[in-house]
Design a protein around this ligand. Structure first.
Ligand code: PLP
Length: 379
């Protein structure tokens, strides 16, 4: 194909909402640093997900960092963290000089396994925090995970970077734990070109995060600093894009869900292909449609990736788990699988993320499907 088909690319509203908000910022010269768009975007995200407070930041990674800092995570502290994720989930633990312990996934949601989490608490009874990820937009087993965290009185941070708009028992991901974070990076379900949001019920801590993320300037005429600050705040222009994008979030979720259903239907007759499951009591945003290929299948994930690449179609392997990453090799990993064969590793080895771009036409998706089907038919 001449036109590249993307995994997920920025998709601005056809109405041009984003440009209206940016124009307003230009007209009032509220280009930087802060302004109405930042305040409103925080309010609008908080309203959408159903939390009291939100702080708009420069990235999802910055939001995770600030959540850890708000929980006073520091040197000597242990933080339990989903292993099957993007490295941005774990890196801020190291920024705070704390020690990650990586937790394996389970097969029903691909997210943190409550059994492995229990096991981690047996080995390390006093972690400072737990970070759970909602992978590819699919909510983790929040009832079980909340129950364990509450029983041990340990605060939970939800990395909902990929799951904005997903719900678990009708409650939005990002609102179960003490802190939730969202990302508006270029490939996410809505984007501001780059940005993030920290949400919480704790007004005082959110205010503190705004303070830290604007260089920790004390109230004084001169520049007075009692704490180390960060330059992590979202700009008023970027927030304008976010306000426009938020207006089409529900539309994007609908489109992503149609893409998922179309793949599911197309592959229903190919027994070697399984879609990432939709767990009970959840409504995922279907940010990415992801399949796994049976280990016994003659067709390997790499065959799919390479065939589609030749057709100018973008795919990706599933995230390589953090416990397998050279940079994190010194840290512990806890799995509850009986044969010690981690679920995360298996998902990494058998999974393929398929094009889930909302700008992809139905005809283009048919080409993707056809190419994959051909591989299985001739094998
Ligand atoms: C994208 C992503 C992040 C980081 O968000 P940025 O805004 O790119 O910093 C963190 N965690 C997960 C799971 C992500 O997919």
């Amino acid at each position: 194909m001449e036109k590249k088909i993307f995994l997920a690319s920025p998709h601005m509203s056809k109405e041009g909402y984003e440009q209206e908000f940016i124009k307003e910022a230009f007209d009032t010269n509220w280009i930087a640093p802060l302004g109405e768009n930042v305040n409103k975007f925080e309010e609008e995200i908080a309203n959408y997900v159903g939390t009291k407070h939100a702080a708009a930041l420069s990235s999802g990674t910055a939001a995770i960092h600030m959540a850890l800092k708000a929980l006073d995570v520091k040197q000597g502290d242990i933080v339990f963290c989903s292993s099957l994720t993007f490295s941005a989930t774990a890196n801020p633990i190291i920024y705070q000089n704390a020690t990650p312990v990586f937790i394996d996934s389970e097969k029903e949601t691909w997210n943190m396994d409550p059994k492995a989490l229990e096991k981690a608490f047996e080995k390390y009874p006093n972690p400072k925090a737990v970070i759970v990820v909602h992978l590819y937009g699919t909510p983790a087993k929040m009832d079980e995970i909340m129950e364990i965290c509450n029983a041990h009185n340990v605060p939970l941070i939800e990395d909902a970077a990929e799951s904005l708009g997903s719900t678990y028992r009708n409650k939005q991901t990002g609102t179960f734990g003490k802190y939730g974070i969202f990302s508006f990076n270029g490939n996410k379900i809505i984007t501001t070109s780059g940005g993030g949001m920290l949400v919480s019920e704790n007004a005082e801590k959110i205010q503190k995060v705004r303070f830290w993320s604007t260089q920790a300037r004390e109230k004084a005429r001169h520049y007075e600093h009692k704490e180390i600050g960060y330059n992590y705040r979202m700009s008023n222009i970027v927030a304008g894009i976010g306000r426009g994008q938020l207006k089409v979030l529900d539309e994007r979720i609908k489109e992503k869900t149609e893409i998922y259903n179309q793949y599911k239907e197309a592959f229903a007759t190919i027994t070697d292909i399984k879609m990432q499951p939709v767990p009970v009591n959840t409504v995922p945003n279907h940010w990415l449609s992801v399949i796994t290929i049976d280990k016994q299948s003659k067709v390997k994930p790499l065959d799919i990736i390479e065939k589609l690449e030749k057709e100018n179609i973008e795919t990706r392997p599933v995230w390589k788990p953090m416990d397998l990453q050279p940079v994190f090799k010194e840290y512990d990993f806890i799995t509850a699988s009986i044969d010690n064969q981690s679920v995360g590793k298996e998902l990494f080895e058998t999974g393929v993320c398929l094009p889930s771009d909302t700008k992809m036409t139905k005809e283009e998706q048919d080409v993707v499907i056809q190419n994959i089907k051909e591989l299985f038919e001739c094998n």
